[in-house]
Design a protein around this ligand. Sequence first.
Ligand code: ADP
Length: 394
Amino acid sequence: MPARNILVINCGSSSIKFALVNEAHSQFALSGLAERLGHHDAVLHWQRGGERDSLMIPSGDHRTALAQLLPLVQAAAGGKLHGIGHRVVHGGEHFTTARRLDPAVMQAIRATIPLAPLHNPANLQGIEAALKLFPDLPHVAVFDTAFHQTLPEHAYRYALAESLYREHGVRRYGFHGTSHRFVSQRGAELAGLSVGDSSWLVAHLGNGCSTCAVVNGQSRDTSMGLTPLEGLVMGTRSGDVDPNLHGHLARVLGWSLERIDTLLNKESGLLGLSGLSNDMRSLEQARAQGHAGAAIAIEVFCYRLAKSLAAMSCALPHLDGLIFTGGIGENSPLVRSKTLAHLSLLNLALDKHANARTIGGVAGAIHAPGHPRVLVVPTNEERQIALDTLALLH
Ligand code: ADP
């Protein structure tokens, strides 16, 4: 059978990220981004082979962008597209694996909107547009939360009345599941272990950041919760704060819920701490030039990450290794070394040279000899979504 092509789509409220994945090749045949959808300056950017191009689609919506994409995808796939994989952020407790899209699955995704009021409607918008444009292809939904449905109850319950859980779904769900699953499998391969018989700590550090404890290929705990705000310091998200902060800001400053939501999700994290940027690369440069805000932002980021990894270790029977992934995890020797400096109690230590050279999409081991494994594993959520889609085509 010739290698098959899957189009992977990730829709935000005003954007679509896409990649055409061929099962036989690690490079994407086509990839890109449509952004500012619905605005006068909406634009589609794509990359094919070494070439980049873009097209203005003034006031274009998700459907317009996908329609413009159609001939590009057909050309890059040589007319042979086998299915479409959709990233869906929240599958609630309903979805424990990827699912072929049909009216019942669409309805269950719709029913999960109260848990992800920003993300799931955008994902559905993209799914509906793609179903109209590609009605004859199989469509598969792959959920960010599904991998974490194996958390034991003591890890996913909040210390709140049971009725809030049973009647309103208030529990910890976790996100980034596709990435944690992909890199824990790749990490086990790199280490020559079976993923079904190994235990990992994973740090996914991108704009959003989360840790995960993976035992025998299953998620046993993770740092994000009911929403992706819980846990680590992120680009613009605060991560954990005192749960009384909402009440405090409302009482002391008279702030509304919306104002506090914006503060915690969009104005905090690395951006809030540094007063400069949400981007780790910019912060590393500013720190090197003596910017105090950038320096403290990186210190807090690494200390809180180390604390979370230590907490995740409670879910492991033993440690086969720690995996770094995501834009920061794959590219920042500074963050990796500062984080591990707080984890000497777990006997973790880095090889300085291996740490410095394992950047830019390179996978490899960076631990000092005689210490537990520390691996850098580039994530590839698009590829995992394509593989999940292919698995459901039969
Ligand atoms: P997303 O979550 O949007 O997919 P990425 O996984 O691409 O994000 O990660 C983005 C983060 O990775 C940004 O903070 C960016 O600064 C950081 N990053 C990328 N390259 C480097 C680098 N060379 N050094 C430090 N940080 C980097």
